[in-house]
Design a protein around this ligand. Structure first.
Ligand code: ADP
Ligand code: MG
Length: 587
C-alpha cells in the first residue's frame, strides 16, 4: 500500500486539476504534457527498454493526426473511426518500416529513423489532399458519452485517462514474459536468442507499439487543436520527444511523464524569458535543451527519474510465488543413449581451421569434458553446437535430428540449455526474473495478454519454475537481489539456473569454473554432479584440467582444432599427446 501511495496521490492530483480554479493556461500546458508523455512512453519501451533509438516518433504522431483530420473533415466520419483508421495505418507503416530498420545496428538505426521521419514530414507537406503545408482545418471535437469535448478542460480528462492507461499497460507489459524478452534486447541479443527469444520479431513489436502510442497522441492532438499542419511532426519534434524520454529516464515508465512535464514547462518558460533577455525572437530554448542534454549525459545517464525515485518508498520487485502448478517437463533420454552426435564438424575462419573435422558423442546422463589449451577451438565447437556459428562442413545431430542448420532459439527449443564463457545477465533485473527468462519458450502469453494481465496464471508458473531452479542450484535466498550485485561465482551459477529453466536434456557449459575461487569450484563441481544424478547430460568445455578430472565421465581433448585424445580421465591424463599439448612435453 505504502508503495502505491505516490501513484494514488498522482492520480488524485490529475483528477482534481480541472476542478480546482486552475488558470486555463495551466490546463493547456497539462494537456500538452499528457500528449507528449504518451509519445515518450513509447520511447521508453523502444529506446530505454529495447535499446533502439528513434528520432522519428513525431512522424507517427503525424500519421495519427492526419488520418483522423482527413477522414473527419473530408469524409465526415466520426473521430472514433478516425482513430481506428489511424491506428491501422500506423501499425502497417510501422511494421513495414520496422521490418527494414530494426535489422540495422549501431548508428545506422537512428540514421534510418531520421530518414523516414523526414520523408513522412515532407509527404504531409506535399500532398494536395492533406492541404500541403497549410494543413487541414475544421476538425470536429470528439463526442464521448454524449459530451462534446470542445474545451481544453473537457478533453483534459480523455488525454489523462489515456496517459494513465498507457502507463499501466506498459508497466504490465514489462512485468511479463514478453517484457523480460524486451528487456533482454538491450542487454545481449545473443543471450536472448539462446533463451529462445526471436529478437528481430521482438524489436518490431516494440517498434509498432511505440508507433501506436505516438499515433494515439496525434489523434488526441488533432481533436484538441481542431487543425493540423506538418510543423509539429517534423524532425525537431522527433528530437524533442527523445529528449523528454532521456531527460526523464528512458529506462523508466515514470521517466516519460517526468521528462515531458519538465521539458514542456521549461520550454514554455524559456520561450517567454529568453527573447526578452536576448532581445530577439527565435528557438533559443533548443540551445538550452542541448546544453542540458550534454550535462545530463555526463552526470545522470539514467535520467532524472532514478534520482527522484530515491525519495520514494522502495519497490519490492517481483514477488517469489509460494506455489503454482508445475510446468510440463520434457522426457529425459535413456541413460547411455546417444544424445548429441557431432559428425566431421569443421569450421574455418578464412584460412584458419578452428575446428578440424571433430567427431564425438554425448550420451544420456553423462558428463563429457571437452578440454584443450587456449585457442584449441573449444569455444568455436561450442558455438557450432549452440547455433551461434554455422558449420563449414559436417553435421551435428541431437536426439537423432540435425540441428546444425537451426538458429539458436530453435536449438534451445529442442532441449539444449547453455551458459556463456563471459557471463551474460541483465544486471539491473532481479535474479528471479533473469532465471525466468530461461523459461521463455515454456510460456505462451503474448503482448496483448500481458497488457491486460490475462497472463497472470502462466506468469506465476514461470516464476515458480524459476524459483525452483534457483533452489536447485542453491541460490534460492538471492531470488530478489539484483543480478548485477552477485559475486562472479554466483553469477555463473545463476546462468546455470537460467539454462535449467529451459528444461534442457543437455546442458552446455563454456568454462564455468573460469575466475572462480577454489571453494567455489568445489561447490560448482558438486552442483554438476547433482544435476547429473538427476539425469541431465552435460557437455563441459573447460581449460582447467584439474577441475574436470574428478567430475567428468569421459574427456575429449582438442588441440589446434583437432581431436587428439578421448577416453576416461585417468587414461587421458596419462596420454603422451595430451601431456605434450598441455605441458609442452615436459615430463
Ligand atoms: P578456445 O575456446 O579453445 O580457447 P577458440 O574456439 O576461442 O579457442 O579459438 C580457436 C581459434 O579460432 C583461435 O585461433 C581463435 O583465434 C580463432 N577464432 C575464434 N573465433 C574466431 C572468429 N570469429 N574469427 C576468426 N578467428 C576466430
Ligand atoms: Mg574459449
Amino acid at each position: 500500500m505504502r508503495r502505491r501511495l505516490p501513484v494514488l496521490l498522482f492520480i488524485v492530483l490529475v483528477a482534481l486539476l480541472p476542478v480546482l480554479p486552475t488558470p486555463p493556461f495551466w490546463i493547456t500546458l497539462a494537456n500538452y504534457i499528457g500528449l507528449y508523455a504518451i509519445v515518450a512512453l513509447g520511447l521508453v519501451l523502444l529506446t530505454g527498454i529495447g535499446g533502439m533509438t528513434s528520432f522519428g516518433q513525431a512522424a507517427f504522431v503525424g500519421l495519427g493526426a492526419y488520418a483522423t483530420a482527413y477522414l473527419t473533415t473530408q469524409l465526415g466520419l466520426s473521430p472514433w473511426l478516425g482513430l481506428l483508421a489511424g491506428l491501422a495505418i500506423t501499425a502497417l507503416t510501422a511494421f513495414a518500416l520496422g521490418a527494414i530498420t530494426m535489422r540495422l545496428s549501431g548508428h545506422y538505426l537512428p540514421l534510418g529513423t531520421i530518414a523516414w521521419g523526414l520523408s513522412l514530414f515532407y509527404l504531409f507537406g506535399n500532398l494536395d489532399f492533406l492541404g500541403k503545408y497549410d494543413g487541414i482545418n475544421g476538425i470536429p471535437a470528439i463526442d464521448l458519452f454524449g459530451l462534446t469535448l470542445q474545451s481544453g478542460r473537457a478533453i483534459y480528462y480523455l488525454i489523462w485517462v489515456v496517459v494513465i492507461l498507457a502507463l499501466l499497460a506498459l508497466q504490465n507489459l514489462l512485468d511479463s514474459r514478453s517484457g523480460r524478452a524486451m528487456r533482454a534486447l538491450n542487454g545481449s541479443a545473443l543471450m536472448a536468442e539462446a533463451m529462445g527469444v526471436n529478437t528481430t520479431w521482438m524489436k518490431i513489436v516494440c517498434f509498432v507499439l511505440a508507433a501506436l502510442l505516438a499515433c494515439l497522441s496525434g489523434w488526441l492532438y488533432a481533436h484538441m487543436q481542431r487543425a493540423v499542419n506538418p510543423t509539429p511532426f517534423g524532425l525537431n519534434a522527433g528530437i524533442e520527444y527523445l529528449f523528454m524520454a532521456v531527460v526523464g529516464g528512458a529506462g523508466y515508465v515514470w521517466g516519460a511523464l517526468l521528462g515531458s512535464a519538465l521539458l514542456t514547462i521549461l520550454k514554455d518558460q524559456l520561450q517567454s524569458i529568453l527573447p526578452k533577455l536576448l532581445g530577439s525572437n527565435g528557438n533559443f530554448e533548443m540551445i538550452v535543451f542541448g546544453v542540458m542534454m550534454v550535462l545530463l549525459l555526463q552526470r545522470a545517464r539514467q535520467g532524472l527519474w532514478p534520482l527522484l525515485r530515491g525519495w520514494m518508498p522502495a519497490s519490492v520487485g517481483v514477488q517469489v510465488p509460494v506455489s503454482a502448478e508445475l510446468l510440463p517437463q520434457r522426457v529425459r533420454p535413456a541413460a547411455g543413449a546417444v544424445l548429441l552426435h557431432v559428425q566431421q564438424a569443421r569450421k574455418q575462419f578464412g584460412g584458419l581451421v578452428a575446428v578440424n573435422d571433430m567427431e564425438f558423442v554425448v550420451h544420456g546422463g553423462e558428463i563429457l569434458g571437452l578440454i584443450g589449451p587456449n585457442g584449441a577451438g573449444k569455444s568455436t565447437m561450442f558455438n557450432l553446437v549452440t547455433g551461434v556459428l554455422p558449420l563449414t562442413s559436417g553435421q551435428i545431430l541431437f536426439d537423432g535430428q540435425r540441428i546444425d542448420t537451426l538458429p539458436s532459439r530453435e536449438i534451445v527449443r529442442r532441449g539444449i540449455g547453455r551458459t556463456f564463457q563471459h557471463v551474460r545477465l541483465l544486471p539491473a533485473m532481479s535474479v528471479l526474473e533473469n532465471v525466468a527468462l530461461g523459461g521463455h519458450l515454456r510460456g505462451h502469453a503474448g503482448v496483448l495478454a500481458s497488457i491486460v494481465r490475462a497472463d497472470r496464471k502462466e506468469e506465476q508458473r514461470l516464476l515458480f519454475e524459476a524459483a525452483r531452479q534457483l533452489e536447485r542450484v542453491g541460490l534460492g535466498h538471492l531470488a530478489q537481489a539484483e543480478a548485477g550485485s552477485l559475486a562472479l561465482g554466483q553469477q555463473r551459477v545463476l546462468e546455470i539456473a537460467r539454462a535449467l529453466c529451459c528444461d534442457p536434456t543437455l546442458l552446455l557449459l563454456d568454462e564455468p569454473a573460469a575466475g572462480l575461487r577454489y571453494q567455489e569450484k568445489l561447490a560448482l563441481a558438486d552442483l554438476l554432479r547433482k544435476l547429473k544424478a538427476e539425469g541431465l547430460s552435460i557437455l563441459l568445455v573447460e581449460h582447467d584440467m584439474d577441475f574436470v578430472m574428478n567430475l567428468t565421465d569421459r574427456l575429449v581433448v582438442m588441440e589446434f582444432g583437432t581431436r587428439i585424445a578421448e577416453g576416461v580421465p585417468a587414461e587421458v591424463q596419462a596420454n603422451p599427446a595430451v601431456l605434450e599439448a598441455y605441458l609442452g612435453g615436459v615430463d
